[in-house]
Design a protein. Structure first.
Ligand SMILES: O=C1O[C@H](COP(=O)(O)O)[C@@H](O)[C@H](O)[C@H]1O
Length: 244
């Protein structure tokens, strides 16, 4: 079972980040009230760090027991730990370590300083996901590129349609850096809630295609659905091509 796409339009990028942060706090509190240790997958890009900054500003974030929250990434640029272009480095700079996470629950994708190749990194990341209950995420947060990519799955790129795998190595990425590691569509969709956070007029076509359920040659985002919820949190500019 997958949930149909629902769209919520907010005035601007800040409101998208704030709404995502508020929803995340609620989802985590609900999971913990049900006695579960939640799994959240983060994203890079423009909204990936904005949502973390918004979380820290939100007084209710302190009600979450962050020590039981497991953190993952939908994709990572295959660069050494601490590289400013890595998604996790950017999330760290936004204040991820100020949430009170247990570092043992923060699952980073190995870079070239800690693995032989992007293939080895993808295999190790897959094992970590498999070992933590098979990769069932409570919340999968995804940015969307202007070309419709999510995580590092780019429309028309051979890695995009990888099946029977949790994570895949991506080479010759159309967006730099060229080498990346990404969860597959299958794994991204093994999530209770999938949230796309998007802002900016340059993403209007990507939002239209994603919400309309376009094919993989036009939209990677449209191939990912949550089990309970598939939510597009978008700003007015990126929603400008949506039908009324
Ligand atoms: O390269 C990436 O891009 C996307 C979207 O980034 P944005 O800056 O256009 O919002 C991001 O979601 C992904 O995690 C990242 O690796």
């Amino acid at each position: 079972m997958t949930a149909p796409a629902l769209v919520v339009v907010h005035p601007d990028k800040q409101a998208v980040a704030d709404a995502g942060a508020a929803r995340l706090v609620t989802a985590l509190l609900d999971a913990q009230a049900q006695g579960r240790a939640p799994h959240v997958s983060l994203t890079g890009g423009s909204l990936g760090s904005a949502i973390i900054a918004s979380l820290l500003e939100l007084p209710a974030h302190t009600a979450v027991d962050w020590s039981t929250v497991s953190i993952w990434w939908g994709d990572e640029r295959y660069l050494p730990a601490g590289d400013p272009d890595r998604n996790d480095t950017q999330n760290d700079a936004a204040g991820l370590d100020r949430l009170g996470l247990d570092q043992a629950n923060v699952h980073r994708v190995p870079g070239p300083d800690a693995s032989e190749s992007a293939e080895e990194s993808a295999a190790r990341y897959s094992s970590t996901v498999r070992g933590s209950g098979g990769g069932e995420f409570d919340v999968m947060i995804l940015g969307v590129g202007p070309d419709g990519h999510v995580a590092s799955l780019f429309p028309g790129h051979p890695a995009q349609l990888t099946t029977d795998a949790i994570a895949v190595a991506v080479h010759d990425s159309p967006k730099p850096p060229p080498d990346r590691v990404s969860l597959t569509f299958e794994c991204l969709s093994r999530s209770d809630r999938v949230w796309f956070l998007v802002a900016g007029a340059d993403k209007a076509e990507a939002v239209r295609n994603g919400v309309a359920g376009a094919g993989p040659e036009l939209s990677s985002a449209a191939q990912v659905h949550g089990i309970r919820e598939t939510l597009w949190l978008v700003d007015a500019d990126s929603a400008s091509d949506l039908p009324d």
